[in-house]
Design a protein around this ligand. Sequence first.
Ligand code: HEM
Ligand SMILES: [Cu+2]
Length: 624
Amino acid sequence: MASYKKEKGVVWDWLTTVDHKKLGIMYLIAGTLFFLKAGLMAVFMRIQLIMPDNTFLSGQTFNEFITMHGTIMLFLAATPLLFAFMNFVIPLQIGARDVAFPFVNALGFWIFLSGGLLLSTSWFFGGGPDAGWTAYVPLSLNENQLGLDFYVLGLQVSGIGTLISAINFLVTIINMRAPGMTMMRLPLFVWTSFVTSTLILFAFTPLAAGLALLMLERIFDAQFFNPAAGGNVVIWQHIFWIFGHPEVYILVLPAFGIISEVIPAFSRKRLFGYTAMVFATMIIAFLGFMVWAHHMFTVGIGPVANSIFAIATMTIAVPTGIKIFNWLFTMWGGKITFNTAMLFASSFVPTFVLGGVTGVMLAMAPVDYLYHDTYFVVAHFHYIIVGGIVLALFAGLFYWYPKMFNHKLNEKLGVIFFILFTIGFHMTFFVQHFLGLMGMPRRVYTYLGGQGLDEFNMISTIGTFFMSAAVIVLVINIVYSAIKGERVIGVNDPWDARTLEWATPTPVPEYNFAQTPQVRSLDPLFYEKVHGDGTMKPAEPVDDIHMPNGSILPVVISIGLYFLGFGLIMLEMENPMLSPWIVVALGGLLTFGGMALRSLNDDHGYHIPKSVVKADLKKQGGGK
Ligand code: HEM
Ligand SMILES: [Cu+2]
């Protein structure tokens, strides 16, 4: 980069950055670390279950691992990994220079991270939470379990980060599109991110309310849920699942979006049924809010409620089926390249269908009485979450990696990774359907031998070793490619793709587009390849570019929130080292002081002068 900016240290640069591309990479790193941590817990749980009456983990540790595995995977791995791609890709795909509120974007990342670290701190204070990721009351009211306070406040803090990031995406997509990029020309990944952000807005708010009530009850002795004091435990289930069911769609819709980008790119065809895909996304999102009580069929909410929620749930299969067929029609007759990204994208389709089929089975209320809380449910949701979301994340990783890191991942290692992971995944989870049908309950740390459960549990655990080997191959691939991978510097469009992110130079300059592109069609880059000279037409002359300044305040505010949460948890400790209120006050000072500084300080950002932009353009061989 040019020298109009004072050089700062690398660390300081990343701590203060508000650049959506760097934040995307930070989400990718943080999400990956949490993913590895929660994955390791899963392996430990499966080792415990490899044979009957095993004593590898204690029951208590097993419960803590189940809770932390589920909670971390959903909130601190899958969500941030999707946010990584949303952050990096959305502004590029809509032809924008950044998101609408770059400062808020950085704040969202750091708050998510501090909430995640707060949750993880529980290991140093007597162990993790142990009431499952759903934190059902009265189990989660256990006064002797400090871990549950970390759950409540850790999720509350990280949820704030997720919420403000989602609002930022909404504003960005509505306001920052390049000229000609109408809503019905948005790439499907942007559409699904848009709908997902709406879901976050409406689902994370009830979660925040529920967590606040639980906090009041645990720390300040309110009595909303405690039956002994006239509280109601079913209320918690309603609040939780009004958040919890849409959460699944929050994760799976952007995964659909990734698949809808990768399949057309490597089938060399436009996405079949674009309009139907957009509306199917919206219908799935709407229905996603209408079906939460299918998690409560066995609670006793009555046959009428059960029937309504059963039918509403099964209805979701219709728009989902539309999507499945449109992906198949996109591949149909295409010139398909089966590289690693495409392998993951195309194996996503049948795997996700399998998860969908068991979903419809579970949606039949009377049948759910048999399946409820057995391994059948564990098999079902891992087919959706791993066979859906994680496969899509891998596809997206191999697809966007060159734009993010200026080199490709190695294809040979990629295919080995794909094969190992696929074998391991189906080995682990397919047999769990049968374990469930034979009556093995979920969330148990051991089982009796000689009940017909031994072999399948053994197979399931061996499957996780294959998946672990696959992940190790992926890590090797990342390191190897960083050293020896195929460089794509100066190669803007390594896949010969269709959308705007591939019209930017590699490496992407901090301002993304020297001149905002003029969009003339769906698949704008592809359109120019066919009808133009292969490059985007500028919508504006070369001029100074206005950029936002970096700031350390997001880090300060997030540290403040960490201590605010930690101070409240200290209220529950037996003999805290110092008065909890001092910690709360310190946290509050950092948080609200940081906010006040931000509000009082008028920061106008800076300009990248026209001469520098012109010089950059010349270096890239453009400059029309
Ligand atoms: C790929 C390797 C994975 C393995 C081997 C694995 C294994 C397990 C095991 C053994 C359980 C406990 C089941 C029970 O007794 O109820 C579990 C629960 C769970 N897993 Fe996974 N898992 C994996 C990936 C994931 C991913 C990627 C996610 C989400 C992004 C996820 C989300 C969950 C959730 C939400 C629970 C329920 C926790 C609870 O019951 O409170 N898992 N997993
Ligand atoms: Cu649900």
